[in-house]
Every structure is written in structure tokens, then in C-alpha cells.
Design a protein around this ligand. Structure first.
Ligand code: ZN
Length: 245
């Protein structure tokens, strides 16, 4: 059994296709999606249908929530607002119903998934340091939890003394899952990485090996950028893909 755990696709079809091809090449048997399927790039409906066809566990992200809502967009920056408005026009009522039905937190086998934080998942807070992660650990009932939202791969580890450490999490070295420790793992973003590296990001988790492997992948970034511009979405949304921020 091997899981591909991926999220923050943000309507980037080229990046999603690259991730799913890589997962298949690595013998993935199960898929898990951490939300923000839509928002920012030009293929929200296509990405939604691909994830839906996987019939895998999914949790709702803040962009998924907004894309199927009708209220105003207070709290989002202008770029996100523009993209959410545009995305609402692209999705069918039936696709919005599917987004609306998603849960915020789920347990999959022996691990938990959430988009943003476990302590207050509906508030969409950002975890940037061990102190932020501590609050989530207090609500984590499984040894492992995977999350997204910051678009930057990172692993927080709580040892038996309940001290939380932040671990750089790179594609070069798998993260071992050790007994007696808890792990809160950010798998990075498929469609809009923000850690300064433009490559699509996701994780492989193999329970038999107790190891988590980050993957970073090339994809047809030029095609994704062209589609953002032809859709009339802001230039900045195309530019940022290449900058990885
Ligand atoms: Zn996101």
C-alpha cells in the first residue's frame, strides 16, 4: 500500500497531471487530497473532475469553500478575490455541491488529513512555526497528520517531551516515522508552490516502510501560464508560478 498525498492544486491542470503520472509510476495504490482543488489557475472544472474520479478521501480548502459560496470575499487579497469570482463562473451548480459536501477533517486509515489546522480548521489559520503547530498537535489523535494551505513543504515533529521541532522536508531525504513521535506534515502545493521552488510538490507515504517521501516535479508551466492569461486572469497569477511564490 502506497499513498499519494497531494493538495493545493489550484486549478493547475498541467501540474496535477504531472503529479498523477509520477504517482502512478511509483506504484501508488491510494490517493488522498488535502483541498484547494480550485482557485488561481485556469482549469478548476477539469481539476475537480479528475480528483472526483479518483474517488479518494478529500478535505475542503478555503478556496473550495469560497468557490461554492455566494457571499462576499472579505478576508481574501484582491488577487484571490478576482480568481474566486472567476472560478465561481466556471463551475456548474453540481460541481459546487460536490465542493460544499466536503468535510474539513478526516481520518484515513491510521492518519488524519486537514487543509489548514486541526485546532480551528474552519478559521484557515496558517502554520509557519513550531508554536503554531503546537496548537494543532493538541487535537491530533493519530501519529501522522497531513496538511497544506501554506504551499510550503515542512514537517513538524513532537517528541515524547511534547517539544515541537520544525524539520526542513526535502525531496532528497525521506522522513522516517519513528515510534513515540507525532508528525504534522505539509506536503507542499501541486499547482502554486510558495517555497521559492516552482516544481509541483506532493508526498508519497508508504506505511510498510514507515517513511514519507517528498516529490518535486517539472511540469508544462508555460502551458499553465498561457491559459491563465488567455482566461483573462491577472498576469501576476501566471508570473508567480515560475517564481514559486
Ligand atoms: Zn491553497
Amino acid at each position: 500500500m502506497r499513498f499519494a498525498i497531494f493538495g493545493d492544486i489550484h486549478a493547475n491542470l498541467e501540474a496535477l497531471n504531472a503529479v498523477l503520472a509520477d504517482a502512478q509510476a511509483h506504484g501508488v495504490t491510494h490517493y488522498v487530497c488535502l483541498g484547494d482543488i480550485v482557485g488561481y489557475a485556469a482549469n478548476p472544472g477539469e481539476c475537480l473532475e479528475i480528483v472526483r474520479a479518483l474517488e479518494c478521501p478529500v478535505v475542503q480548502g478555503n478556496h473550495d469553500e469560497q468557490a461554492c459560496a455566494n457571499d462576499d470575499l472579505a478576508g481574501f487579497n484582491p488577487l484571490a478575490q478576482f480568481a474566486i469570482d472567476w472560478t465561481r463562473q466556471q463551475l456548474s451548480p453540481e460541481q459546487k455541491d460536490w465542493l460544499r459536501a466536503m468535510k474539513l477533517v478526516r481520518q484515513v486509515r491510521d492518519f488524519t488529513i486537514v487543509h489548514a489546522t486541526l485546532d480551528t480548521p474552519q478559521r484557515w489559520g496558517y502554520i509557519f512555526n513550531p508554536l503554531d503547530a503546537e496548537a494543532s498537535f493538541n487535537y491530533q489523535n493519530t501519529q501522522l497528520c497531513f496538511y497544506g494551505h501554506t504551499h510550503a513543504p515542512r514537517a513538524y515533529v513532537r517528541d515524547s517531551s511534547t517539544t515541537v521541532h520544525s524539520h526542513a522536508f526535502t525531496a532528497d531525504s525521506p522522513l522516517p516515522v519513528e515510534a513515540g513521535k507525532k508528525y504534522f506534515v505539509n506536503v507542499g502545493s501541486v499547482g502554486q508552490p510558495r517555497d521559492g521552488d516552482w516544481h509541483a510538490s506532493y508526498c508519497l507515504y508508504t506505511p510498510a516502510d514507515q517513511s514519507i517521501q517528498l516529490r518535486r516535479l517539472e511540469y508544462e508551466i508555460g502551458a499553465a501560464q498561457d491559459k491563465i492569461l488567455s482566461a483573462g486572469l491577472p498576469q501576476r497569477l501566471a508570473d508567480r508560478l515560475a517564481l514559486g511564490k
